[in-house]
Design a protein. Structure first.
Length: 263
């Protein structure tokens, strides 16, 4: 059993427990449930912003603790102020050290799109994302059937949420595309063993229909890489550990953006 299998197995237990603790009616009564989500496309293509989706992540199964000494509010606000087009917030607790309150905090302190980064396997999690203030949900092709992707993306769109589909290879891409997606992300990280290879993005970019926003995820640590990805046709760039592994992620993204816009 690889890491991804273990995460999904645990996620099924978590979702079952959550359903016992918080009813659908309670989720639908949350203050954030009535807010209109931001348009992912508008922020991603805004020339005044960078296309960077900056991630708040305390730890990962492959790296262990990355940074557990900073606050969600401080880091995400710094990301937004530096020109991030969107925020990515981990809500998985057991493997990534995240928590629902992280998403709630990011939402409370920012006015740009927020992605709920988690392993979505059930419609209940889409309702959670809406109730916690997310604008975007992530659907990972490697853990979902084509029909599950259709169902989950359809539900997300009915709630006004944006949908980012994540794929790792051409087979996942071809079987997973459906009408209710806003963006398709190429994850350069193999979720089976967590190795990374940026070439995955370059190999697959032209296989993504131009109807969708194109995102490259993981293995991005240099501004030159972003410029190469832009030239290849990508609109967005999800950066996780590169900022979080520093003592001051806000300072790290500011320095990164200065270098990016000076080229």
């Amino acid at each position: 059993m690889n890491i991804l299998d273990k995460i999904v197995l645990r996620k099924k237990v978590e979702v079952a427990q959550a359903k016992q603790q918080v009813t659908v009616k309670e989720l639908e009564s949350a203050a954030n449930f009535e807010r209109m989500p931001h348009s992912f496309k508008d922020f991603l293509l805004d020339k005044q912003r960078t296309g960077i989706i900056a991630e708040f992540k305390r730890r990962s199964p492959s790296k262990g603790v990355i940074n557990d000494q900073v606050s969600v509010a401080d880091v995400t606000a710094a990301y937004a102020a530096a020109g991030a087009s969107a925020l990515s917030v981990l809500t998985d607790t057991d493997f990534f050290g995240g928590h629902p309150r992280d998403l709630l905090e990011a939402r409370a302190h920012n006015d740009i799109p927020v992605l709920r980064k988690d392993f979505m396997i059930d419609e209940y999690q889409i309702l959670e994302a809406k109730a916690w203030g997310a604008d975007i949900v992530l659907l990972i092709a490697a853990i979902l059937t084509p029909q599950e992707i259709v169902n989950l993306s359809g539900m997300a769109k009915s709630l006004g949420l944006n949908v980012l589909l994540e794929v790792h290879n051409q087979e996942e891409l071809e079987r997973s595309i459906c009408r209710d997606l806003d963006a398709i992300g190429i994850n350069n990280r193999d979720l089976a063993d967590f190795t990374v290879n940026i070439q995955t993005s370059f190999d697959l970019v032209n296989q993504i229909p131009n109807d969708f926003l194109k995102i490259s995820e993981s293995a991005i640590s240099e501004t030159a890489t972003i410029n190469q990805l832009k030239t290849a046709g990508f609109n967005g760039f999800l950066i996780g550990e590169n900022f979080m592994k520093t003592q001051d992620p806000g300072a790290a993204i500011r320095s990164f953006v200065r270098e990016l816009i000076s080229v």
